[in-house]
Write a protein that binds this ligand. Structure first.
Ligand SMILES: *Cc1c(COP(=O)(O)O)cnc(C)c1O
Length: 424
């Protein structure tokens, strides 16, 4: 018991912090949307900007995507087909999967969420069904997302599991040398900041035949040509997607639609598609993306193909650079939109988040079990649809707050230009 999970224990550790978060009004905020990441709280009419939204390109409120969702559900005349997709499915599901497969040049299947994509694919990989019937040694990065770690008990029933330190490539290579079949499970872009050493992982794949499983919930749309994400972008120079790689992603975040997807392998790999659909749990049941979500996917794919995508990615990069020039944070300068403000004390984190909310900015306090105990801080996410003045004002508020807590504030004003120039 409790080899991989102990919810009672983690609930006990995080209980007090959730209580304080709740008391500070930083939890369960009910709002109406005002567009561009702005919200109005229904309880007191307080307006604020969400500085911790996953909608990196602002596609969650893109008028064409919203319209396509409404049109699709009306055109189909049903929200769900209410039968297993394996047996009977709507043309809109086929069309959305074909569009995703063509956009990213992979064999894509959709599922209700990224978490369901993990459920459908990780035990399958552990079983050996994707690796010539030999169950691989399943190596997890310590910081892999909760939805991957939560599947360890199911994975352990199929294969041996090893967890290694975050991005520890020496440990991974050592395991590759000792075991004939190894699979590595990681996030492409980590939800708490930073990325996997993707180029190095692909080198290990070439050298040892390492199987790579990536969660690209934060990489897809955000970076890469047509928003293919950090992993497929790196793979492009090596012939693109291959049959020793599997990628899952969310379509609820940067992609601006709904659900999740599994990129099973090379485009047209029917065999792998059949293996996944016939044995991949959630893929077989009634949990497909509904017709509104499928309409949104079609519109978002079109947008990913258009020049607008690149413009939004560039605007996001400008906003990331501006932020990095004003505030020093972990991962500053990495070109990714996730920033973590180290604070340490959980009380100070909540106090600072509360002050920022008063000044019109919501930030996510992060603490155990999302990250280690006593390592609390604020998770920030930059978006393409943030105005320059908004970012500057927020950074001033954040630096004021850090100073008030006796923590070093980032460089503001004149020095900031220097810091930005240094990076270029
Ligand atoms: C949000 C997130 C998920 C879960 O995505 P859903 O579509 O909400 O299930 C999975 N992995 C990572 C890294 C995430 O940040």
């Amino acid at each position: 018991m409790h080899t991989y999970l102990n919810l009672k224990k983690s609930a006990r550790i995080s209980h007090d912090f959730w209580e304080v978060t709740s008391e500070a009004g930083m939890f369960d905020i009910v709002v109406s949307g005002l567009g561009d990441g702005r919200h109005r709280a229904l309880a007191d009419g307080h307006e604020f900007v969400n500085m911790s939204s996953y909608s990196y390109l602002g596609l969650d409120t893109h008028p064409r995507i919203v319209r396509a969702a409404a049109d699709a559900v009306l055109a189909e005349g049903a929200l769900n087909s209410s039968t297993s997709r394996m047996r009977i499915r709507f043309g809109s599901l086929r069309d959305a999967e074909t569009a995703l497969s063509e956009l990213f040049d992979v064999e894509a299947v959709t599922v209700a969420s990224c978490a369901a994509a993990a459920w459908a694919s990780l035990p399958l990989l552990a079983s050996g069904l994707l690796t010539d019937d030999v169950p691989p040694l399943m190596v997890f990065d310590k910081n892999a997302h909760f939805c991957l770690n939560a599947l360890k008990p199911a994975v352990a029933d199929e294969a041996e599991i090893v967890t290694i330190a975050h991005n520890d490539m020496a440990a991974l290579e050592d395991l590759c040398r000792k075991h004939p079949q190894v699979a590595f499970v990681a996030d492409g872009v980590y939800s708490t900041g930073g990325a996997a050493p993707i180029a190095e992982l692909l080198r290990l794949q070439e050298k040892y035949g390492l199987f790579l499983f990536f969660d690209e919930a934060h990489g897809v749309s955000t970076v890469g040509e047509h928003g293919r994400g950090a992993v497929l972008e790196e793979m492009a120079a090596r012939g693109g997607m291959n049959d020793r790689t599997l990628i899952i992603t969310s379509l609820n975040k940067g992609f601006g639609a709904s659900g999740g997807a599994i990129f099973l392998g090379r485009s047209g790999d029917r065999k792998r598609r059949d293996t996944a659909l016939r044995n991949g749990g959630p893929l077989m049941w009634s949990q497909r993306i509904n017709t509104a979500g499928l309409g949104a996917i079609m519109a978002s794919v079109e947008l990913h193909r258009s020049p607008e995508l690149k413009e939004l990615q560039l605007r996001l990069q400008d906003n990331i650079s501006l932020f990095d020039s004003l505030v020093d944070t972990s991962f500053g300068g990495d070109g990714l939109p996730i920033r973590f403000v180290d604070i340490g004390s959980e009380e100070a984190t909540i106090r600072l988040a509360g002050e920022l909310l008063k000044r019109g900015y919501y930030t996510s306090p992060i603490f155990f079990p999302v990250i280690g105990r006593g390592k609390a801080g604020l998770r920030l996410m930059l978006r393409a649809n943030m105005a320059e003045a908004e970012i500057r004002d927020f950074c001033t508020a954040l630096n004021d707050g850090l100073r008030a807590e006796g923590l070093a504030a980032g460089a503001v004003g004149v020095e900031a230009v220097g810091a930005e120039e240094q990076r270029r």
